[in-house]
Design a protein around this ligand. Sequence first.
Ligand code: COA
Length: 173
Amino acid sequence: MSEVVLRDGTQAMIWPLLATDRATLVDGFARLSEGSRARRFLGPIPALSESMLNRLVEQVDGTNHIALVLTAYPRGDVEDVAGVGRIIRYPERPSEADVAVTVQDAWQGRGVGTALLRELVTLRPPGVVRIVTEVTNDNTASLNMLARIGPPRLAPTDDGTYVVSVTLPPEPV
Ligand SMILES: CC(C)(COP(=O)(O)OP(=O)(O)OC[C@H]1O[C@@H](n2cnc3c(N)ncnc32)[C@H](O)[C@@H]1OP(=O)(O)O)[C@@H](O)C(=O)NCCC(=O)NCCS
């Protein structure tokens, strides 16, 4: 668990996603705009299927698949789940991992995505030296967020996306 202050001064906490957070993901997805859903899942997704939810919750093992939730505290007793992020090691390429971050539309642009990504990189699976992820080529926020962790290499695909690779700074010893 770590404390964060967002760009607008809002206090926030980052927690590990728990097996009991299934409803948190369902609720978060229901509140997400169509555009944000499409950018997150690289295509139109009307609802999270049971098999997707299983992958997003039950496959989190804290080692090769780490998932975090950022809760914001805009006012004293009010709390809001502002974003969720995950890092998943590629089984066939163990030194590389994918990342996925989703920030509620109302919270976008305040540093939530950057804070989650920084924490994911800090907690990354041991031996991971590179992030490799696919991003739609108009997703400036995601491209900027990824550029914050290291210089990105962009490989355009025929599907209107980039495969983005970022070599990570060495793990502290
Ligand atoms: C992409 C996303 C995760 C970024 O999170 P965020 O909290 O909005 O981003 P941050 O506030 O941390 O800002 C990250 C960078 O993007 C920039 N940015 C934020 N919103 C932006 C926008 N609408 N247009 C252009 N740039 C934007 C910020 O200025 C910042 O760049 P900087 O560090 O050079 O100043 C979030 O917008 C989101 O959930 N989008 C929908 C789902 C998605 O696209 N997920 C990415 C797939 S991994």
